[in-house]
Design a protein around this ligand. Sequence first.
Ligand SMILES: Cc1cc2nc3c(=O)[nH]c(=O)nc-3n(C[C@H](O)[C@H](O)[C@H](O)COP(=O)(O)OP(=O)(O)OC[C@H]3O[C@@H](n4cnc5c(N)ncnc54)[C@H](O)[C@@H]3O)c2cc1C
Length: 304
Amino acid sequence: MSQFGEISHLLQRDVPLAKYTAARLGGPAEWFFRARDAEDHARLNDIMLAAWADEVPVRVLGKGSNVLISDQGVSGLIVVDQVAQMDYYSGEADTWKVQATAGTGLIVLARGCQQRGIAGMSWAVGVPGTVGGAIVNNAGAHGDDMAASQPIVTVLEHGRGLVTYTPDTLEFAYRSSTFKHRDDKRFLVRDAILTLPGDDPLTIKAQMDEFNAYRVRTQPPGASLGSIFKNPPGDYAGRLIEASGLKGHTIGGVQVSPVHANFIVNQGAGTASDYAALIRHVQQVVAQEQGVQLELEVELLGQW
Ligand SMILES: Cc1cc2nc3c(=O)[nH]c(=O)nc-3n(C[C@H](O)[C@H](O)[C@H](O)COP(=O)(O)OP(=O)(O)OC[C@H]3O[C@@H](n4cnc5c(N)ncnc54)[C@H](O)[C@@H]3O)c2cc1C
């Protein structure tokens, strides 16, 4: 039996992915595995290695908060890694080492740090992704980002086994890392060790409350993918979209948010095709009206 055949009894077939993405959109995965507990987590390496050995394409999702999955779905295997495990170690000069598995939710991590008087992750309190997705994207907010926590990242890679990346090898840039634009997607982020400063828990909490209040004031609720486009140097994608008269523009069941123009909200009956059509429309109109080509922050997965 092939290696993939040997592990295939652990997998599900034709699983709709919409509920595993923040936009609540997308068709089925041909093969599907969701890691939820320590036992699943331990199996992940074998599953990835077996799929890679038999050339089955694999994509890993955390919370699916930065991916638009096609209505036609995804061929090959989708692995959803949501296994959360955090360990906190106090270090020298009021610094901390925090080890978190890739599937740990950023919001849970930010709150866990706050309770122990660990600063530096407050920016993540309103970001609905996982540590794995945040490493790949160098997620950030409020002038801070993942790179600032100097992560040491353990990654399972095709042909290389477990590889350790230090901050100088992660090539962090604005919403990007060495992993983001790799053509070869045969890697699995396992965990990260962050170096973070200590601070008073109440001071950290006050800052997190402020960040949350800011989000409530400036960003729409509902099913979205956060910021769709990167901010071009010296400007804001949201400002350019608004200046092009696109706030509230709707295609099918999806809308450019009237609250924040860089958000596209699935109003319930939307499809991934509507979402992609609206993205393209916004890019065209902004290019015509403002002379700026907006670059995607979100990733399109599957057959388009
Ligand atoms: C309402 C809302 C607000 C948001 N606000 C912000 C914000 O302020 N700042 C910001 O930076 N982002 C923001 N985002 C986007 C998103 O939350 C971040 O990019 C987040 O880091 C993505 O994490 P995820 O687990 O959802 O990744 P996913 O969307 O599941 O995946 C993103 C990418 O990472 C890869 N990946 C994920 N986990 C692994 C792993 N373990 N191993 C290998 N590859 C992996 C995926 O294959 C994919 O390429 C927002 C999104 C929403 C919906």
